[in-house]
Design a protein around this ligand. Structure first.
Ligand code: NAG
Length: 528
């Protein structure tokens, strides 16, 4: 309407543009859409996580919100209207992370988590002390909500306190040890495996005991060492009387990149909203060469991508050879996201340095997906109903693929004992046994059968927190308890002590009564 009016007035000039902006502002405010100021901070050096955050930036900007996005990744998407603050200080450090990830593959649950603790502290400080973030902190800006992508960076939650705005956390993988403590989410060691756990089963007593001990050891390290360091960072960069605890346990909402088709059913508090699938967009047109390749493959195509955290080209050359040998025996064609040139490839294999993964998975001629099992990739596979051969490398991948195998749409091959034979066998299963495709389609139907599209749900809950200036009534009472109160160690101890005392009293009484009886018996005997 506004545009038509301006066109009638004879095109755009400075005045009419300003007027249109004003009218648009008015329109979006009266129609109930809040033109909120939103600060979004992305402090972790993973391109995949960055993409997850950027999807929200885009959608919020499209909803007429004024978004400020702080990130170590540059973006040149000029079609989106948002303010971008580039923090270059993290970029150098990021390059090393990739190499460190490779050696991380050999470490256990504890080793990997300790690595994340120290990397998290390093990244948090780099972010907070950067010139750009310092300028932002010293500005007189106001924000209606602060959204933070959370990965071992608790001190950054101080941004909410600083700007006096409620905080929303985006969890790029399903909730777990990293984020449960922020909202007091229960995760009993008896049936919940952590995203950080390398174990995949909790069947026996010993599995549960192991899970309990590892979890509590890490919990101890977190509460004694790690969080006190985060608190120091918080104090140093926000210069406040308040303690990190008061800020950290004041988070309004957690948006979790998860859905029950992808992850096990675990306890969720009302402050957790699963938005898994929100990053998948309506498929775009494929580039010509890719489209032709996919359309003309008579026996279908297999897509191979090992993600962006660990890239295919970083894998051992022996592994490349193994993949190539397996692919050369297939009647299907293969497209492989491979970040440099690959020599001596068979006729049915084509490599691409970059692939629009979602759009390729959406193509009906894709028969299977070979993936490292990152959450986003699995969500995309399920979204488009493509069965999976998973080769987990690190982080939560093995765990995700265990669930995928249980859901019946994936076969898992461990990288440490991968051979040409077992990879070939896994592929043949997924390609030839119909149940894998059927289950993938079933999961896909379940993921699409939701009251609201995941992206709409994400926007709804963000705007909800803005409208109500936080969500304190969603806050769990467990956040105010000490660990021994929460786990009822105090109550159980009290009951045990009580039972013991009663036992002692009864024993004493018995002894007294028996003694008396004995005495009377003896005196009776004497009297006789
Ligand atoms: C806790 O969050 C609310 C908004 O949800 C905010 O008003 C309050 O100041 C926060 N408390 C602290 C200590 O930052």
């Amino acid at each position: 309407m506004v545009v038509i009016k301006i066109l009638r007035q004879g095109g755009f000039n400075k005045f009419s543009l300003a007027k249109m902006k004003l009218q648009l502002l008015f329109l979006c405010c009266v129609s109930g859409i809040h033109c909120a100021k939103i600060l979004m901070i992305f402090p972790f050096p993973s391109f995949n996580f960055y993409n997850l955050m950027f999807r929200l930036v885009k959608e919020l900007a499209n909803h007429n919100h004024k978004v400020t996005f702080v990130s170590p990744f540059a973006n040149n998407d000029s079609e989106i209207n948002y303010e971008f603050i580039f923090v270059g200080d993290l970029t150098e450090r990021m390059k090393k992370v990739r190499i460190e990830h490779l050696s991380l593959m050999k470490k256990g649950t504890i080793g990997r988590t300790l690595y994340d603790f120290s990397l998290g502290l390093e990244m948090t400080e780099l972010m907070l002390k950067s010139k750009q973030v310092q300028n932002l902190l010293n500005s007189s800006r106001r924000y209606d909500v602060v959204i933070i992508e959370q990965y071992f960076n608790e001190a950054i939650i101080g941004m909410g306190h600083h700007f006096n705005a409620p905080v929303i956390i985006l969890s790029p993988v399903r909730l777990g040890f990293r984020s449960n403590h922020l909202i007091g989410a229960p995760a009993p060691s008896s049936y919940v495996l952590d995203t950080h756990s390398l174990e995949t089963k909790l069947d026996t007593f010993w599995d549960k005991l192991h899970n309990f001990l590892v979890r509590n050891f890490l919990e101890l390290v977190r509460s004694t060492i790690y969080l006190s360091k985060q608190n120091q960072l918080f104090k140093k960069y926000f210069k406040t009387e308040v303690n990190l605890d008061q800020v950290m346990y004041n988070v309004s909402l957690v948006l979790s990149n998860s859905h029950s088709t992808i992850h096990d059913a675990v306890p969720h508090l009302p402050a957790v909203k699963n938005i898994g699938g929100y990053h998948v967009e309506t498929p775009n047109k494929l580039p010509e060469d890719l489209k032709n390749y996919l359309n003309t493959a008579k026996n279908g195509v297999i897509l191979v991508s090992m993600g962006s955290g660990l890239r295919s080209k970083d894998l051992d050359p022996k592994m490349h050879k193994l993949f190539i040998n397996v692919f050369s025996k297939l009647k299907q064609n293969v497209i492989w996201k491979f970040e440099t040139e690959l020599k001596n490839t068979p006729k049915n294999l084509k490599t691409f340095q970059w692939l629009p993964q979602q759009d390729v998975l959406a193509h009906p001629n894709i028969r299977a997906f070979i993936t490292h099992g990152g959450v986003s990739s699995l969500i995309e596979a399920v979204y488009f109903g493509v069965p999976v051969v998973g080769i987990p490398c690190f982080a939560d991948q093995e765990n995700n693929l265990e669930t995928a195998a249980k859901r019946g749409y994936a076969v898992k091959v461990l990288i440490k004992n991968i051979t040409e034979d077992n990879l070939h066998e896994a592929l043949q299963k997924v390609l030839n046994e119909p149940k894998y495709k059927q289950n993938a389609l079933k999961m896909s139907r379940l993921m699409h059968d939701q009251p609201m599209k995941p992206i709409d749900s994400a926007i709804y809950w963000i705007e909800y927190v803005i409208r109500h200036r936080g969500a304190p009534y969603l806050r769990s009472a467990s956040l105010d308890l000490k660990w021994y109160q929460r786990e009822m160690v105090d109550i159980i101890s009290f009951i045990l002590v009580l039972v013991y005392v009663i036992f002692l009293i009864i024993r004493k009484l018995c002894a007294l009564i028996c003694k008396k009886k004995l005495k009377t018996v003896i005196s009776d005997k004497k009297n006789k």
